[in-house]
Write a protein of this length. Structure first.
Length: 453
């Protein structure tokens, strides 16, 4: 670790900017503390972090929500407290031995042998729907694994998930407080003044957009740790497939064959998650990294494309909005609508908050949102008739269809606990809606779903 010349915060040896104040911190010329080399990772993350920390909209956002910012550290402590009360702490070699061994192997490989850490396994965390989470208790990394993913994974696949979370830890992502708070705001219903500020203030929107792009970079960099730990692209992608699907497909995934059947491009009107790239983009970015000279040299290969060239191609995957347009604002507000709908139906949003969010939507977009909101409510309240819901989805504006279909499959898989045959039938209904992309069809086929296209 090194110290920032500006604010005194501890920073990673491979960081080009301080994760607290954004001050440039040229790489040390001394001996590396970590075996991890900076050129292994997507440099755009550091650049976006500096842009985000110095963006004009960030102080404005903090001014709107000062208490929310101050409460993040306490929120982390509360989450860790919940882990210790409600989850099982993994200790010794008799409980999930491969999980602990994978963590020790990862920290040793990445230059931190003997690193102290805690691992918990439990039910879905209250703070979200993540499969695994990394946070810090002081300087000690704390990892939480949702119990349902452990039986799905082979030892090598589980190692990929461990590598991804250790990557977040080594790159200190959980300590990027301003970024995490901004992402939290992007993924939950907001008060009226916040939504109004986002939709009307170009600076605040730009900070949100930078935060989203930064999140994507962080996830893609953490994926590289997953691949570096296992050195097997098919295993890494197979683990990601199981996380997306929620069950083990009947046949192993052939990563090369799978990737050949779709392009990484996504329609401009497809709504993306503010925090995570979609599955095809993650796979494509990881495949690009596996073709780099850096990775090939690590696995005993020869040749490979220059890492700078690879990162340039990966940059095309990561969105970076320079300034908001009406379409961008509409997409962002769309995220709020979807999140608020789910939260309202789950009883986590009061009727008053529901009304506030509806009123905050700009009038030209309100009718479209009302239609979508109604559809989302019905999709959660009327599980018994998927055929009708799919037909209703076909009447929605084209740019929302793919997102709605994915949500429908998620509902069918998790909320209703449908079996393999029933899930296949629901996916088959989705095929009739033109917004379903070809790569999604290939994706479902590769997962072993017996659907006749």
């Amino acid at each position: 670790m090194r110290t920032c010349d500006s604010c005194g915060a501890e920073i990673l040896d491979i960081s080009r900017f301080c994760h607290i104040c954004g001050h440039p911190t040229p790489l040390s010329t001394g001996p590396e503390v970590l075996s991890v080399r900076p050129e292994w990772f997507f440099a755009k993350e550091d650049l976006l972090l500096q842009k985000f920390l110095t963006s004009p909209g960030l102080p404005k956002l903090k001014k709107l929500l000062p208490s929310y910012w101050e409460g993040v550290a306490n929120g982390d402590k509360g989450a860790i407290g919940s882990f210790r009360k409600l989850a099982v702490r993994v200790t010794g070699s008799s409980m999930f031995p491969s999980l602990l061994e994978s963590f020790h192997e990862a920290f040793t490989l990445f230059g931190q042998p003997g690193q102290c850490f805690e691992v918990f396994v439990g039910l879905d965390p209250e703070f979200g729907q993540e499969n695994a989470v990394c946070t810090f208790d002081g300087e000690t990394p704390v990892f939480y694994f949702v119990n349902k993913i452990l039986p799905l994974m082979s030892e090598q696949e589980l190692k990929c998930i461990v590598g991804h979370e250790v990557g977040h830890c080594i790159l200190r992502h959980p300590l990027h407080i301003d970024h995490r708070v901004t992402q939290g705001l992007a993924e939950r219903p907001l008060e009226e003044d916040i939504v109004e500020a986002i939709s009307r203030d170009a600076d605040i929107y730009a900070s949100f957009a930078l935060s989203s792009a930064l999140s994507w970079c962080q996830e893609l960099n953490a994926d590289r740790f997953a691949l570096l730990l296992t050195r097997d692209l098919s295993v890494a992608m197979g683990a990601f497939v199981k996380l997306v699907l929620g069950f083990s497909p009947p046949t192993p995934l052939d990563a090369e064959a799978f990737l050949r059947q779709f392009t990484p491009s996504t329609p401009d009107d497809l709504i993306e998650s503010p925090s995570h790239p979609d599955f095809p983009k993650c796979c494509h970015a990881l495949k690009l990294f596996s073709d780099s000279n850096v990775y090939q040299s690590l696995v005993g290969g020869s040749g490979g494309r220059p890492i700078n060239e690879i990162d340039s191609l990966v940059s095309e995957i990561v969105p970076e909005a320079k300034s908001p347009t009406n379409q961008m604002i509409e997409v962002w507000l769309m995220e709020f609508v979807l999140m608020a709908t789910v939260a309202a139906i789950d009883g986590k949003v009061t009727p008053k908050e529901d009304e506030v969010l509806r009123k905050s939507i700009p009038p030209p977009m309100r009718k479209q949102y009302e239609e979508l909101w109604t559809f989302c409510e019905e999709s959660y309240n009327r599980h018994e008739n998927y055929q009708e819901l799919m037909e209703r989805a076909s009447l929605l504006p084209d740019k929302w269809k793919t997102r709605i279909l994915k949500r429908m499959v998620t509902i069918a898989r998790s909320d209703r606990k449908l079996d393999h045959k029933e899930l296949s039938e629901i996916c088959h209904l989705a095929v009739d809606i033109k917004a379903q992309r070809q790569c999604d069809k290939v994706f479902l086929n590769e997962l072993g779903l017996e659907i006749q296209w």
